[in-house]
Design a protein around this ligand. Structure first.
Ligand code: AMP
Length: 557
């Protein structure tokens, strides 16, 4: 793993994309089969392979306890190291010590041997799992012989390399390493859902033989916000399709034969939460992978997201609960139909295939699409928006008719339009106990945005008492205690994993927080377990809202 760490450091230090790719390609070419498979998965951020449903589930606590046993440091040094680096891998690397007496049978880590240990960790369940994980973490840390190796072993265990390497770069490096077409590599990666399988196929020249893997979720395509009540110039010069923006849970539905699986945005399988949707989908003749939204429905209208919330906490809901809060899957895109992978077709084609091959009924609906010819007027957009609100939906999604399906990307192909001053999706980075009746729970959260889509550095932007329920606060308190990373009795840093949606009155420039901005009257609207940390808002989003706010103030003055 020493070579792996050196390449990662070199990539992190290189701002130029092409150089990053070249360095990575050279490294990948130098590896044998098993190391190549493992190292590519590590670089792609999915140590087990993204299509693997098992999870490593290693909490920061487990890792810290193991590190304590190996290097015996005090809490103060850990806090200092963590504060200085903001990353568990970098912090533990600073605490790394060479053993006083070299062990007789010191283990050495290679990508393949590390992958084998991780595979073992993921395979044990039940009562033995905790002990096994603790032992495996200790074994891995003992096998690290340098600081940098330690940093990367920990980053792999916690699931984030943080070297500004998006999956796209790794795929480009695979293409460059083995002289393959970059588009063919990207397509194979989407279909296989496992970068390890792709890199081996690229090496052997068998990319076109990779088949679509049913049941392994594919990244969701995302939308960029569009300013409400503007002149909508972004729409000029192209044909768009307008969908209602449903206020529910994004889901990807896979069906093959009679088997149906439903995945949330975090790739959790949520089929058991919505059995009526699963059976409605199972009745379809065609096989598919569909993109859509699960919404609460009553009398043909959508209900706001909060109606769905009680359903989310329940697997196998009773018939009574299903009647009380009926849910439906509204499909608005097709990623695959039959055996055909549709990501390279245009949205207009995908929508007509969807309408032609599927028969909606029961808890399965097809989203109505409204075509907007080039140069749509703001009046038309306003009318469509009002009609969507009339149907109980949140706003509008405007999608270019000629857009491919671009997994995992937030781009300008899809634009979202909603009324409120946007809220911000942030990640909790530190917590503190409250006052009065909240003195025994962690109810004050400090939260951060990402530096940019490419840079996953977290920048604090504010602090708020939670607007969560007592039950939610209690559950979160337990989670934060298990995932604390800093010292301090009342206030401490936590693993950045919990996403919260923050509402506020205004954004101000401020030197109080590293983001350079502060929010006035921030409040936590809700937990967003459906969003991953790499999907939270960025400093660019903050700046955009700030600018929009100034413009609006200018108009009002
Ligand atoms: P937001 O959560 O406000 O950032 O908006 C993005 C979300 O809108 C997506 O993740 C989807 O869950 C949701 N959404 C609702 N309706 C649609 C639609 N017709 N097309 C795409 N996404 C939609």
């Amino acid at each position: 793993m020493i070579a792996f760490a050196a390449v990662c450091d070199a990539v992190a230090a290189t701002p130029a994309t092409l150089l990053k790719i070249e360095r990575l390609a050279g490294y990948l070419r130098s590896l044998g089969r098993d190391d190549l498979n493992a190292a590519s998965r590590f670089l792609g951020g999915d140590p087990l392979g993204a299509s693997d449903a098992r999870r490593l589930a290693i909490g920061g606590r487990t890792l810290l306890n193991a590190a304590h046993r190996v290097w015996a440091f005090d809490d103060e040094s850990l806090s200092t190291a963590y504060r200085a680096t903001g990353d568990l891998g970098e912090a533990l690397a600073r605490l790394f010590r060479e053993p006083a007496a070299p062990a007789l049978f010191a283990e050495t880590l290679t990508p393949a041997s590390l992958a084998a240990i991780l595979d073992e960790i993921a395979s044990v369940g039940g009562a033995a799992a905790g002990k096994k994980r603790a032992y495996a973490c200790e074994r891995i840390l003992r096998a690290c012989h340098t600081e940098r190796e330690t940093a990367y072993a920990v980053k792999i265990l916690t699931g984030d390399l943080r070297i500004g390497l998006r999956e796209g770069f790794v795929l480009a490096a695979i293409a460059a390493a083995f002289g393959r077409d970059a588009a063919a590599v990207r397509r194979a990666a989407m279909a296989a859902g496992d970068i390890g399988a792709v890199v081996l196929a690229a090496r052997e020249g068998t990319l076109e033989r990779i088949e679509l893997r049913f049941g392994s979720p594919i990244g969701f395509m995302l939308a960029s916000p569009m300013a409400f009540e503007s002149s909508y110039r972004e729409l000029d010069g192209a044909t768009w399709i307008a969908d209602d923006k449903y206020d529910g849970i994004r889901a990807q539905a896979h069906k093959r034969g009679t088997e149906v699986r439903l995945f949330s945005r975090t790739f959790s399988d949520i089929g058991r939460t919505f059995p009526e949707i699963v059976s409605a989908l199972a009745r379809q003749a065609a096989d598919f992978i569909l993109d859509g939204e699960i919404v609460a429905r009553r009398d043909g209208r959508s209900l706001p997201f909060r109606y769905l919330q009680p359903r989310l906490q329940r697997n196998d809901p009773s018939a009574g609960m299903q009647d009380e809060i009926p849910a439906a899957f509204v499909a608005f895109d097709a990623i695959a139909l039959g055996r055909e992978f549709l990501v390279d077709r245009t949205l207009a084609e995908r929508r007509s295939l969807l309408a032609a091959q599927l028969a909606p009924g029961g808890a399965f609906e097809l989203a109505p699409a409204f075509a907007l010819e080039a140069n749509a007027t703001p009046e038309l957009v306003r009318e469509l928006f009002a009609a969507a609100r009339e149907r109980g939906n949140e706003g509008l999604m405007l999608k270019r008719a000629d857009a491919p399906y671009v997994p995992g990307r937030r781009g300008k192909w899809w634009l979202k339009l909603k009324r409120e001053l946007s809220t911000l999706d942030c990640v909790v980075v530190a917590v503190e106990s409250g006052h009065g009746k909240r003195a025994n729970v962690l109810s004050d959260y400090t939260f951060a945005v990402r530096a940019s889509a490419e840079r996953d550095e977290l920048l604090t932007i504010g602090k708020a008492y939670t607007g969560l329920t007592d039950a939610e606060i209690a559950t979160m308190t337990e989670w934060f205690l298990e995932h604390r990373i800093g010292g301090g009795r009342r206030t401490f840093a936590v693993e950045p994993a919990i996403v919260v949606e923050i509402a506020f009155d205004i954004i101000q420039k401020s030197s109080l927080h590293p983001s350079g901005y502060a929010l006035r009257f921030p409040r936590i609207v809700r937990l967003r377990p459906d969003k991953r940390v790499d999907e939270i808002d960025t400093l660019d989003d903050v700046e955009r809202i700030y600018r929009e706010m100034l413009e609006r103030e200018g108009v009002e003055r």
